[in-house]
Design a protein around this ligand. Structure first.
Ligand code: DP6
Length: 359
């Protein structure tokens, strides 16, 4: 079992220059991460579906430099310099330097773009940090070719976690668990692990993301996590996440879609209930979020088609359903839900399997 110390690189060579390119997807949590301890350690374990189409594509060029006092990097977003992303990258480099002591020896040119519309309200931090972490691991592999594949992916997830917690679930596997859980072998607070006992019913599961509100969130996830300290329901919530993960583990293996729906919708509403019951309190759902939820419940009741919703920390609704009801559900979305989306926008996605090397 890998420990924190195993991720501290001590022996490595040097190269003059290199370039790499990776894509990494977004992910959608089924059991939610909400609340953390120091050093990006989650307060409870979480599990997610990896997405396929919502991705960040990041190119990294590194050039050896002579002074090694500071980090040095240029950042391009969709081909243009992006100053407002720089503090986040700077902070990320500071957090991971202990594990990648070679960072100050190179100048980095980071060129990044998303496949989903900018400011769609879709979390780009998960895919963005995951794609950057993959590139940094490619650099590590270039200067230390002895590392194993398993180490490569585990450390990529470990580094991504230090950038943004949920990013550690965007590295490898269709379904990923992050956080120690008694019943999941190899699970760790330090990185995500692939969960592979998945029943056929969940293969190619669909996620249509309804873009209800594309504006900036009033409260960032980082602030939200913090509000779980001294939260009146925190301890019970963390225990519940362990229980829900036990249940969903069994559900994903047995293929029980009806039970899946109960846990997933309850988790989404619990996440938002935590926001509403923190101090200060806040609401990230919009009126149209609730309209959509009610429509989904009505449609499910009337048709018995197993479609459900989940939410992340925002107003958008992820509509989840098995592949074999895709046609019916897309028709339902067209007929009844598109009117609640900002400019009628939604994104069709499905389960994918993680980061990919492009170069
Ligand atoms: C609601 O991973 O964005 O999406 O670690 O502070 O970067 P930081 O937070 P972040 O939190 C995501 C929370 C969530 C639930 C989840 O993805 O599990």
């Amino acid at each position: 079992m890998l420990t924190e110390k195993d991720f501290i690189t001590t022996t490595y060579n040097s190269i003059e220059s290199a370039s790499f390119e990776w894509s990494a997807p977004s992910n959608i949590a089924l059991v939610k991460y909400w609340g953390k301890k120091e050093n990006q350690i989650p307060a409870n374990p979480s599990i997610s579906f990896t997405l396929n189409n919502c991705k960040t594509i990041t190119k990294l060029e590194v050039i050896k430099k002579s002074e090694t006092n500071d980090f040095s990097f240029d950042l391009l977003f969709e081909g243009k310099p992006k100053e407002d992303f720089k503090p986040k990258i700077q902070k990320f480099f500071e957090r991971i330097e202990k594990y990648c002591p070679f960072l100050k020896e190179y100048h980095f040119k980071i060129d990044t773009q998303n496949t989903f519309p900018h400011s769609s309200g879709i979390a780009s931090s998960a895919s963005g940090m995951a794609a950057l972490a993959m590139n940094i691991m490619s650099l590590e592999k270039a200067i230390n070719p002895t590392i194993s594949d398993d180490y490569f992916y585990s450390k990529a997830s470990f580094l991504a976690r230090l950038g943004s917690g949920s990013a550690c679930r965007s590295i490898k596997g269709e379904v990923v668990v992050w956080g120690n859980h008694a019943e999941i072998n190899g699970s760790s607070d330090l990185f995500g692990v692939e969960f592979s006992e998945i029943h056929q019913n969940f293969k190619n599961y669909q996620d249509t993301i309804l873009l209800v509100d594309k504006g900036e969130k009033q409260v960032s996830s980082t602030v939200g996590h913090d509000l779980m300290h001294n939260h009146p329901y925190a301890e019970r919530r963390f225990a519940q996440a362990h229980e829900n993960l036990s249940q969903i583990k069994a559900i994903l293996s047995s293929g029980n879609v009806a039970e899946f729906i109960k846990i997933v919708e309850s988790e989404a509403l619990t996440l938002h209930a935590m926001m509403m019951t923190s101090m200060p309190y806040f609401i990230l759902m919009k009126p149209n979020t609730l309209e959509i939820i009610n429509k989904i419940w009505k449609f499910r009741n009337e048709t018995q088609i197993p479609v459900c919703f989940t939410l992340d920390a925002g107003a958008n609704v992820h509509v989840l359903y098995p592949e074999n009801v895709k046609e019916n559900v897309l028709q339902f979305i067209q007929d009844e839900l598109v009117g609640y989306c900002q400019n009628g926008q939604y994104i069709c996605d499905e389960i994918g399997n993680g980061a990919n090397q492009l170069k």
